[in-house]
Design a protein around this ligand. Structure first.
Ligand code: HEM
Length: 198
């Protein structure tokens, strides 16, 4: 049940499916980090476009789409609905991330939608909660985000990527395998070639 690995795989899949976005990520890396050294953890905060790409990936592919089941400690009203004490409550982060009322072109992968907004993924903005929100939200968020951002950054910085057998980006299979953690149903194949020669 590796949430970080699933998030990395979905991000790479979306980048392979959207070569123009991959190009922008690689251009940002060349500009911010340069091509004389590898990207480091201290670079991550400066990689604004990469951070938008990760947010957009986790909006469309929250790796734990129903979070973890919660239980109401007391009865309460939520949005006019009565929730009895001890009810099991499931939060559908997947549906929230694709809600047409909250997002324009909700099913499309558009990292630029976050440009100039303060929408974050740490549980303050309820339309984007891939780590949950509140007291039982993910305690590993900081580590998870560093691992995902650093790995994707290094893979994009060090290598050019293409799909095998002249496959078109639009042909890339994005089938999900359902579980508490939703990962790709089929392995992702992509061909790297060296980009960073130092
Ligand atoms: C991109 C990576 C990750 C994602 C997307 C993610 C997502 C989540 C989500 C959605 C929940 C449930 C929150 C809720 O029900 O409200 C959760 C819980 C949890 N996560 Fe993560 N997680 C990630 C990485 C990690 C890492 C790296 C660790 C540990 C080092 C971790 C440890 C935990 C634990 C212990 C819980 C249970 C918290 C509780 O029930 O109080 N997670 N995570």
């Amino acid at each position: 049940m590796d949430t970080s690995a699933a998030a990395i795989e979905w991000t790479l899949s979306e980048l392979l499916k959207h070569p123009e976005v991959m190009k922008k990520v690689q251009n940002e890396l060349a500009k911010v980090v340069g091509m004389d050294r590898m990207v480091e953890e201290s670079d991550l905060e400066s990689l604004e476009y990469l951070n938008m790409v990760i947010k957009e990936t986790l909006r469309l592919h929250p790796v734990a789409p129903l979070l973890i089941p919660h239980q109401a400690m007391d009865e309460c009203m939520v949005n006019g609905f009565f929730i009895p004490k001890n009810s099991q409550v499931l939060i559908n982060a997947f549906a929230i991330g694709r809600d047409q009322h909250a997002w324009t072109d909700a099913d499309k992968f558009i990292p630029e939608r976050f440009a100039g907004t303060n929408i974050d993924i740490r549980g303050h903005d309820f339309q984007l909660i891939p780590f949950g929100s509140g007291r039982r939200s993910c305690p590993g968020i900081q580590l998870g985000l560093i691992v995902v951002r650093l790995l994707v950054a290094q893979l994009m910085h060090c290598f050019h990527w293409k799909l095998p057998s002249d496959m078109l980006p639009s042909e890339l299979d994005m089938t999900e395998e359902f579980g508490i953690v939703v990962s790709r149903a089929n392995l992702l194949y992509a061909l790297p070639s060296l980009r960073l020669h130092k």
